[in-house]
Design a protein around this ligand. Structure first.
Ligand code: IPD
Ligand code: CA
Ligand code: CA
Length: 283
């Protein structure tokens, strides 16, 4: 199954690379303000679904651009979760950080994962219980234990309705404690980089299952932890994602837990006070 997912990801990557040669001529539509889809997202997704359903006609599909389909068959236990082009805004601008993300969930648990970066030809993959790999080399999360040494990646709010002030408070708290923060712009690749130890932790709100499904297995198979901001493992549909090596993950939960929608009323009050400080400072 992993091999079929890899074949699908590489074929989608070839479509994306070809289009990147003349990105100006790619047709772009707007789903909502600042949320874009291109004809290449759609072409890559169609190609991935075709490859997967040719091999497994009964499997289900949960893909960003075409939604949930029961495939051509009825098998509800096997569902492919697909982001055909993660980092569309980067792609549109020619900013070379984007990827293809494909995961297979079996009875709701991710068992196969592929994240493919067509710019660097980097292939990240994992099968549950068998470790995580990058280009055939086993990868592990970093060994850093102190937040002050950690490099943390994140995603900024960008859609109307995304809450900017609480995010700025989170960013402020994390920035003050760590060695550096990065916003590369493709969540699936951010998680792959945590798995490979290139980043020590990651946090973002507002993500969807297709952004995080494959990356989550890469992280756990590389020895890391992933969950929501309060440290619960059941995060996939909760639109808040925190990942890291185990030591940094724990420290990020301590800092970010109060910003979780699952935080206690008392913790939430602290978070609101932090956001108010930011608001007052910028007034
Ligand atoms: C986006 C990217 C981005 C993240 C957004 C996602 P898309 O995915 O992963 O890094 O900040 O929340 O929606 O729309 O380019 O597939
Ligand atoms: Ca995405
Ligand atoms: Ca996408």
């Amino acid at each position: 199954m992993l091999n079929v997912a890899i074949k699908a990801a590489r074929a989608a990557g070839a479509i994306i690379n070809r289009a990147a040669l003349d990105v100006e001529s790619v047709r772009v539509s707007t789903k909502q303000t600042n949320d874009f889809v291109t004809e290449i997202d759609q072409a890559a997704e169609e190609s991935i679904i075709e490859t997967l359903l040719t091999a497994y006609p009964d499997h289900g599909i949960h893909a960003e651009e075409s939604g949930v389909q029961s495939g051509r068959g009825r098998d509800k236990d096997f569902v492919w979760i697909i982001d055909p082009l993660d980092g569309t805004t980067n792609f549109i601008h020619g900013f070379p950080t984007y990827c293809v993300s494909i995961a297979l969930a079996v009875r709701g648990k991710v068992e196969q994962a592929v994240v493919y970066d067509p710019n660097r030809n980097d292939l990240f993959y994992a099968t549950k219980g068998r470790g995580a790999f990058m280009n055939e080399r086993r990868i592990r999360v970093s060994k850093r234990t102190m937040m002050r040494d950690a490099l943390i990646s994140t995603g900024f709010p960008f859609r109307p309705g995304d809450e900017l002030l609480p995010y700025l408070a989170m960013l402020g708290e994390v920035t003050a404690r760590c060695a550096g923060v990065r916003r590369p712009g493709a969540a699936a690749l951010d998680l792959a980089y945590v798995a490979a130890g290139f980043c020590d932790g990651f946090f973002e709100k507002g993500l969807s299952p297709w952004d995080v499904a494959a990356g989550s297995l890469l992280v756990t198979e590389a020895g890391g932890l992933i969950g929501n901001f309060t440290g619960e493992a059941d995060f996939m549909d909760q639109s808040e994602c925190l990942a890291g090596n185990p030591r940094i993950y724990g420290q990020l939960v301590n800092v970010l837990g109060k910003y979780s929608k699952f935080a206690s009323a008392e913790a939430k009050a602290d978070a609101i006070a932090m956001a108010k400080q930011i608001k007052d400072a910028s007034a």
